[in-house]
Design a protein around this ligand. Structure first.
Ligand SMILES: Cc1ncc(COP(=O)(O)O)c(C=O)c1O
Length: 393
């Protein structure tokens, strides 16, 4: 007689990462319409510049890089990132207010652990970024959906959010530019959420992984880091994966006041001890070293958003509900058919892989997410031909 050893039910009840499932469907595509157009995962389509790779190699060859570094990241990158964020937001963020993490997903996990405990809840605008929802679930923190409608361009509404707050609400998470929709929230919307958090004693957790892909014309996306006492209610998250094109280096950042950072530091010590050091050296150099390359990349990604809209415009029934920095969110023309079925058939018959809306939360069966960043504008133009005449009987 053996007694089954139980697992953590919070974790068991958490969904498995969804992207591999969709990538599995792509294996059924026989190539009949040309090479697969993979619009599933948000990965940079271009490698980082050679000079940056050379910096990594140089740093990796240094014996001191093999030693443990500082828990919250090496000074060189904390200083570099604090200066860069200060420039970006027109603020005065200090290096002590920055922690470097093994990617922005880790930044989110560590930050949530500092803010909430099991039984608390955190408001997540839906459609949501599935790793945020998964993180909250596995920690026993309720991801409380804050529904965003296509009519509002998937921008969350402050009054709706306020009505969802109760005594166990600890934070509101905003992602702008947004994954999965591509929506860019206005400075006024972001400020209104910050004011709500101030008024109700909550944290605003602002994930700006895609901040460098805002169109050229847009200035600072908000002024929150320039406000007095921002440290009492605001925490910023960033990823170097996308704009520096180094998702495999696993580097992200948290911007927070020193007292909350001291708590986050305890988690970081347990989960990473210190972030990978050679990558920090290379990225610290790249903040200035590849500035022009990043600007060019931003223009290219924005051109892709235009190419995508142009490719979709003539297709009857398909509607682009939002499109921005890295993503577009679509309504498919097949009411009553599950989004997963649309995606499966689309990839099998037309060689186009998107992600089904329900990966991103409740009430998303009519929607598909498209990552426009990892495919060139020429191939996006081909999309119109691939989708033309596609139907599900
Ligand atoms: C909104 C958002 N946050 C965080 C991440 C994770 O980034 P990282 O590679 O730095 O962990 C992603 C990646 O897709 C993302 O879309």
């Amino acid at each position: 007689m053996t007694l089954a050893a139980p697992l953590n039910p919070h974790l068991v009840d958490t969904a498995t990462p969804p992207i591999p499932e969709a990538q599995g469907w792509a294996r059924a595509y026989d190539g009949r319409r040309g090479p697969l157009i993979d619009l599933s995962q948000a990965v940079p389509g271009t490698p980082p510049p050679a000079a940056m790779l050379a910096r990594l190699a140089e740093a990796a060859a240094r014996p001191d890089m093999a030693r443990y570094g500082a828990i919250v990241g090496d000074k060189v990158l904390r200083e570099g990132y604090a200066a860069e964020s200060s420039r970006f937001y027109g603020a005065a963020i200090r290096p002590e207010e920055v922690a470097i993490t093994a990617g922005c997903n880790q930044a989110f996990v560590c930050t949530v652990m500092a803010l909430a405990r099991a039984g608390d809840n955190v408001l997540l605008p839906t459609p949501w970024y599935f790793n945020h929802e998964m993180t909250l679930n596995m920690l026993g923190v309720e991801p409380r959906p804050l529904p965003c409608s296509p009519e509002s361009g998937f921008v969350p509404d402050v009054a709706t959010a306020e009505a969802l707050i109760d005594a166990r609400t600890r934070a509101i998470v905003l992602i702008t530019p947004n994954n999965p929709t591509g929506a860019v929230y206005s400075p006024e919307t972001i400020a209104a959420f910050a004011a709500l958090c101030r008024r109700r004693g909550l944290w605003l957790l602002l994930d700006e992984t895609y901040r460098e892909f805002l169109p050229d014309a847009v200035g600072a996306p908000h002024g929150l880091f320039a406000e007095a006492d921002w440290q009492d209610h605001l925490i910023g998250l960033f990823s170097f994966s996308k704009s520096y094109a180094v998702p495999g280096w696993r580097l992200g950042a948290i911007t927070a006041g020193e007292s909350v950072m001291a708590e986050i530091g305890k988690v970081l010590d347990c989960v990473q001890i210190s972030p990978v050091r050679s990558g920090q050296e290379a990225v610290a150099w790249a903040i200035d070293g590849i500035r022009d390359w990043r600007a060019g990349n931003r223009r290219e990604i924005n051109a892709r958003a235009e190419a995508f809209r142009a490719a979709m415009a003539p297709l009857p029934g398909w509607r682009v509900l939002a499109a921005g920095a890295y993503f577009a969110y679509l309504a498919h023309p097949f009411p009553g058919i599950r989004a997963a079925e649309v995606v499966r058939r689309l990839v099998e018959e037309r060689g186009v892989l998107a992600l089904p809306g329900p990966y991103f939360g409740p009430d998303q069966e009519r929607h598909l997410r498209i990552a426009i960043a990892n495919i060139g504008a020429d191939r996006l133009a081909e999309l119109g031909d691939r989708l033309a005449g596609f139907t599900i009987a």
